[in-house]
Design a protein around this ligand. Structure first.
Ligand code: G3I
Length: 340
């Protein structure tokens, strides 16, 4: 079965794309992508650090390649991300005065968004601007430009890329306090008469602990603002605690060889993963009229960012395809949500 075909009438199904996949160094992944997905997000190459390394230097080559790669495979592009406090180029980190931050901010958004206007379906205009309690996160943008930087980013993006849909993207913004902050942020953009089309809930969740109730409340609350809801970076972290309840990350920090699932996942966890994904997709289907997209943060377990974070060398199993590009039980449970 194919995810994109099975959910064709419901929402588009996406994957994050890494640099080596775009360079065609992973042909098995490419055929899986062609078969399973109809939209894609660059995992890193459109971030400022890579696309805008120096004041007047832009590195468009990888992003241009991505556009061609996606065109060839009939994938829409969900561009990620114009303004983010993390993965900034060094020259931005070194800026001291507010005027220069403003100059970077305006030039960056305008140049990058304009270049890909008409070539990308969506832009994550601002990424992760909120703290867990719903207040604004301290960052170079908040410190130098003030709270209004989020609205201003959307205003600039709207002018530079009138053909793309504009999203605000964050993690844990299904949790009540952060959700309230996110709603306030969106209302502020709307009150200024600036366009915002949707909100991204990243969806980096943990095995056996999917916050289904909060997710459902969030789908309803965000769509009540007249915007679309997308799940933009879905994965389910498997390695958190071992069977005895010990914190695996902490243990591996002391002794990296103590990776309990280095050679595979026990059946019970494989089953739990399948149940978690099934519950999620049942919820997505229940609210399919409000959901524009569901994107997984990677094609297969072997390439997931969760293998190296927060502890180097750990092995993780967060996606629907395994390291040999084979569908896992979780893949079939997701497909089954349409079959019942
Ligand atoms: O490409 C270089 C390589 O040349 C170098 O040798 C190596 C040494 O560390 O680094 C490589 O770059 C890494 C890059 O991923 C590509 O693999 C960076 O160090 C590493 O920091 C970067 O991590 C990315 C992370 O964002 C950065 O914060 C992850 O791949 C990416 O999955 C992750 O994605 C974020 C979303 O953008 C926003 N939401 C959370 C999500 C997960 O953290």
């Amino acid at each position: 079965p194919s995810l994109k075909k099975v959910f064709k009438k419901d929402f588009v199904i996406g994957t994050a794309l890494s640099i080596y996949q775009i360079d065609d160094k992973d042909p098995q992944a490419t055929s899986l992508i062609a078969q399973q997905f109809n939209t894609a997000t660059p995992e890193n190459i459109m971030k400022a650090q890579i696309i805008h390394p120096k004041w007047d230097v832009y590195n468009f080559e990888p992003a241009d390649k991505l556009i061609t790669y996606c065109k060839n495979l009939n994938l829409e592009v969900n561009a990620h991300a114009l303004i983010w406090h993390s993965q900034l180029p060094n020259f931005v980190r070194q800026i001291k005065d507010a005027d220069s931050v403003k100059t970077f901010f305006e030039n960056h958004i305008t140049t990058v968004a304009k270049r890909y206007d008409g070539k990308v379906k969506t832009w994550d205009v601002v990424n992760e601007a909120l703290n867990e309690d719903g207040t604004m996160r301290r960052s170079i943008f908040l410190n130098k430009l003030g709270e209004n930087f989020v609205t201003e980013a959307f205003r600039l993006a709207q002018t530079a890329s009138p053909k793309s849909e504009l999203y605000y993207n964050d993690y844990n913004n299904e949790q009540p306090a952060k959700r309230a902050g996110c709603i306030a942020l969106i209302k502020k953009i709307q009150a200024a008469g600036v366009k915002i089309d949707g909100v991204g809930i990243q969806g980096h969740w943990h095995l056996g602990k999917i916050p289904l109730k909060q997710i459902e409340e969030s789908i309803l609350a965000y769509s009540a603002l007249g915007i679309k809801v997308a799940f933009t970076e879905l994965d389910i972290e498997v390695l958190k605690r071992d069977f005895q309840g010990a914190d695996v990350n902490q243990r591996m920090q002391n002794s990296p060889s103590l990776n309990p699932y280095a050679n595979g996942l026990p059946d019970s966890l494989q089953t739990q993963l399948a149940m978690d994904y099934e519950a999620l997709f049942n919820l997505f289907l229940k609210h399919k009229d409000k959901i524009s997209r569901v994107t997984f943060w990677g094609v297969h377990d072997g390439q997931s960012w969760l293998n190296g974070w927060p502890v180097r060398g750990r092995t993780n199993y967060p996606l629907l395809f395994d390291r040999n590009y084979q569908p896992k039980p979780a893949f079939y449970s997701v497909i089954s949500t349409k079959g019942k």
